[in-house]
Ligand binder design. Structure first.
Ligand code: TYD
Ligand code: MG
Length: 456
């Protein structure tokens, strides 16, 4: 009797560890290690016992110059915003993980593209979460042609693959990976071990047959259910759906992509006929109220390859707490704390007795440092209860010594803002173009104090 081998995996970053620990070595998260049962290694170990190589045949080494290689062939998903995030279409044999909160639109997007691809490449929709009736109902609601759409209601990976070997779909949608399980493990479906091993089997199948696979994974904030994070290193691409449940706009972001650029964004609007592409999204996240509000600053962020105008809002209010709150939504929390320290030290603005809340409007996440200056200007505007001058925007990184550093593609950002009617831009000096876009005053600043002064 061989005892089942176990290991530990971090549900935050997916790192392995042979031993349990309170904190993950790799990412520093606390209480994130979960025990998983590994596939029985008894047979493998037995064959290896005795010598380094055991009884195995020596594998063959190949000179790279002798390997034939072709540019990965890509197929359009029929949705160009989806293709854009994938790096130009779906690659044969690629495994793509699509993560996001429940209800954000993962199943809808995949069903829509499956219908659009059906005439060119047959797919198989494997559902472990919804009934076939629900899938058919969604397809009917989306108004897509039902011809050539095939679905399988099954959660056992071995049985799914048995079907796939017979039917040979060109791609498989596994919705969701959390519902799948493999016969080789005793652990419960949904456990980290099952999710990981099920995904590993699908990945192996994809690589051996050239079948593309979409894995749907729900993101869960609680550690209980295996989040898609443990899968990130196994798959070729990881796309995350973002968006505010109150807004109809949805962003699909490439977080990892072996076949394309990361941080590329696809923009969709959820309507009664499913997800519609937003091919020209630059201003969709701006509120269209004409009254200026204190605590608001517009910035041009450049996520992926397109400029995007977004609004940062701040609320600064006297705190009853001895340790006032700093809350950032859509931005990194630590960065906010750092920026507030710079604001104090180099801008002379004191917020240590204030609660500071900062939010990026529309449920979008801004990951680049270009948001630094707009964050501080919105904080200042809220603190002073004075709106920014009309049609003003800002971008720029703020350094620890109070300097305003340039960000990439400054000129393109300014042009985009000008086409949307912005009249004034507060930007890092190195980003100021020799000639400003028509109708726009560009205020070039070197230091935070200059930017504060520019507000008047
Ligand atoms: P869904 O694709 O089921 O989300 P996920 O698979 O990520 O859990 O999308 C569910 C939401 O989208 C649901 O709240 C209903 C809404 N929806 C529409 O607004 N229009 C539509 O045409 C469809 C199919 C769904
Ligand atoms: Mg779903």
């Amino acid at each position: 009797e061989v005892k089942a081998k176990t290991a530990f995996v971090c549900t935050e970053c997916g790192a392995d560890s042979p031993k349990w620990a309170g904190q993950c070595d790799a990412c520093g998260a606390w209480n994130s290690l979960t025990e998983i049962t590994l596939e029985s290694k008894a047979a493998v170990t037995a064959s290896r016992r005795g010598s380094w190589a055991g009884k195995m045949d020596a594998p063959k080494i190949t000179a790279l110059k002798d390997v034939t290689h072709t540019e990965a062939s890509r197929v359009s998903t029929g949705i160009s915003e989806f293709d854009r995030v994938l790096g130009g279409g779906l690659v044969d044999g690629a495994v793509v993980l699509i993560g996001g909160d429940p209800g954000i639109g993962k199943s809808t997007l995949l069903l829509q593209s499956m219908a659009l691809m059906a005439p060119r490449m047959p797919g198989l929709y494997v559902t472990g979460e919804e009934s076939l009736g629900q899938i058919a109902g969604r397809a009917a609601r989306l108004g897509v042609p039902l011809d050539g759409l095939f679905a399988l209601s099954e959660t056992c990976v071995e049985r799914i693959l048995a079907q796939a070997i017979q039917e040979k779909p060109r791609f498989i949608i596994a919705d969701s990976i959390q519902t799948l399980w493999t016969e080789t493990l005793a652990a419960a479906p949904g456990s980290v071990g099952q999710v990981r091993e099920s995904a590993a089997r699908l990945v192996r199948y994809a690589k051996e047959t050239g079948t593309s696979v979409f894995l749907v994974g729900h993101v869960t904030k609680e550690g209980g259910i295996a989040g898609p994070r443990v899968l990130e290193h196994m798959v070729d691409a990881v796309l995350y759906f973002e968006g505010d449940s109150g807004s109809r706009f949805r962003l699909l972001r490439a977080f990892k992509n072996r076949f394309g650029a990361v941080n590329e964004l696809g923009v969709f609007a959820m309507g009664d006929k499913g997800l519609k592409e937003v091919p020209n999204p630059s201003a969709i996240f701006l509120s269209h109220t004409s009254t200026r509000q204190p605590g608001s600053c517009v910035l041009v962020t450049r996520e992926g390859t397109r400029p995007l105008l977004v609004e940062v809002q701040a609320l600064v209010d006297a705190s009853p707490l001895s340790n006032p709150r700093r809350v950032a939504v859509g931005l990194e929390g630590n960065r906010l704390a750092m920026l507030l320290a710079v604001l104090h030290r180099h801008g002379g603005v004191f917020t240590s007795d204030q609660d500071v809340f900062v939010n990026v409007v529309g449920g979008i996440r801004v990951q680049e440092t270009a948001a630094d200056l707009p964050v501080l200007l919105s904080v200042l505007s809220s603190l002073r209860n004075t709106p920014l001058p009309e049609k003003t925007l800002a971008f720029g990184e703020v350094g620890l010594s109070g300097e305003i550093r340039p960000v990439p593609n400054g000129e393109e950002r300014l042009k985009e803002a000008a086409t949307h009617g912005f009249k004034r831009a507060i930007v890092p000096r190195a980003n100021a173009p020799r000639t400003s876009p028509a109708g726009m005053e560009v205020i070039a600043v070197d230091r935070l104090a200059d930017a504060i002064e520019a507000l008047g």
